[in-house]
Design a protein around this ligand. Structure first.
Ligand SMILES: [Fe+2]
Ligand SMILES: [Fe+2]
Length: 313
């Protein structure tokens, strides 16, 4: 760590699992419960250690940004991202509630699926807290930069809860949302000239990748259980990647009006450097997530659609 690098709290002497175990989301959650005999307490400790080791200081990151050096593009990206991050709290609140309900729904018929659901609902508290850092840091930066204030009406509008959907489809949607965010942050970081802003955007992007890995882990566990057919995951990937699909975000000719909630990717208003255009990178990461969740390897939209149609027939 450089002397002036913002603090990231390293947990002293804590291990996620057995000595030498990787500090990462559990890749084989279904087997962890069924083969390895791990408990929800074990899995929660692993979640906690990873969260604790990745904490960082919002105030220290902000202090290291030279506000006067930020370009118009940097300022636009900060404002956009702060607004978009307002939608993460309702996402995590909904996950906590829905996955506890799913846990109880499966408790008698399939205790392993119930544990997977509970592990996901439990992790939502770490996800919520990490996203709170993104939201608070970026919106504080917007305030310090004197950018257009976000009204309380908009704040409340962006807090609308997502409606519930099938658990596997929900996890796949959230994985793709994290992929989209991570690639956007990486693009913005690459174009930021101020080292402090670049470091902040890279840190947030790394958090988003970690969130994606968790959603992939939970989704894979549901597919591995045999209770959730993989076609649900492929359907969501097709929904995003198809012509005019959600992966194109605010660039689509027609964006569905939703009275129920706000999809942040539909409302990116400022894109000076094509940050939201990195479709190739996003597609490659979605294909990778599809393979990790379902075992189906595809490398184009056509292959993805063919694999999905095969599952439907
Ligand atoms: Fe975020
Ligand atoms: Fe995230």
């Amino acid at each position: 760590m450089q002397p002036n690098e913002p603090t990231r709290r390293r947990g002293a002497g804590v291990e996620a699992g057995p000595p030498g175990a990787p500090l990462a989301p559990e890749r084989e959650l279904f087997l962890a419960f069924t083969r390895d005999g791990r408990s929800l307490i074990d899995v929660t400790w692993q979640q906690h250690v990873l969260h604790e080791n990745r904490r960082w200081s919002a105030t220290e990151f902000i202090e290291r940004i030279d506000l006067a050096q930020l370009t118009e593009a940097d300022r636009g990206h900060v404002w956009n991202a702060g607004k978009a991050e307002l939608t993460t709290k309702p996402g995590a609140d909904r996950l906590a509630r829905q996955f506890d309900a799913e846990c109880r729904r499966h408790l008698e018929s399939n205790p392993t699926v119930a544990k997977i659901m509970q592990a996901c609902g439990t992790w939502s508290r770490y996800w919520n807290e990490e996203e709170a850092f993104h939201e608070a840091t970026l919106n504080r930066l917007s305030t310090l930069l004197g950018l257009e204030p976000i009204s309380d009406d908009t704040f409340i509008e962006y807090r609308k809860l997502f409606p519930d959907d099938d658990a596997l489809r929900t996890l796949m949607l959230l994985a793709i949302s994290e992929i989209t965010a991570a690639v956007n942050y990486a693009q913005c970081a690459r174009h930021a000239s101020d080292p402090g802003l670049k470091a902040l955007l890279k840190q947030i992007g790394a958090d988003e990748i970690q969130h994606m890995n968790y959603f992939v882990s939970f989704a894979k566990a549901l597919v591995d259980s045999g209770v959730y057919p993989p076609k649900g995951a492929l359907a969501v990937a097709v929904f995003f990647l198809r012509e005019g699909g959600d992966l194109q975000g605010a660039h689509r000719d027609r964006i569905e009006e939703r009275g129920t909630h706000v999809n942040w990717w539909d409302h990116i208003e400022f894109d000076a450097i094509g940050a939201v255009d990195a479709l190739g990178k996003k597609e490659a990461l979605v294909f990778n997530a599809v393979e990790r969740v379902t075992g189906v390897r595809v490398s184009s939209l056509t292959e993805l659609e063919d694999a999905w149609m095969d599952m439907l027939s």
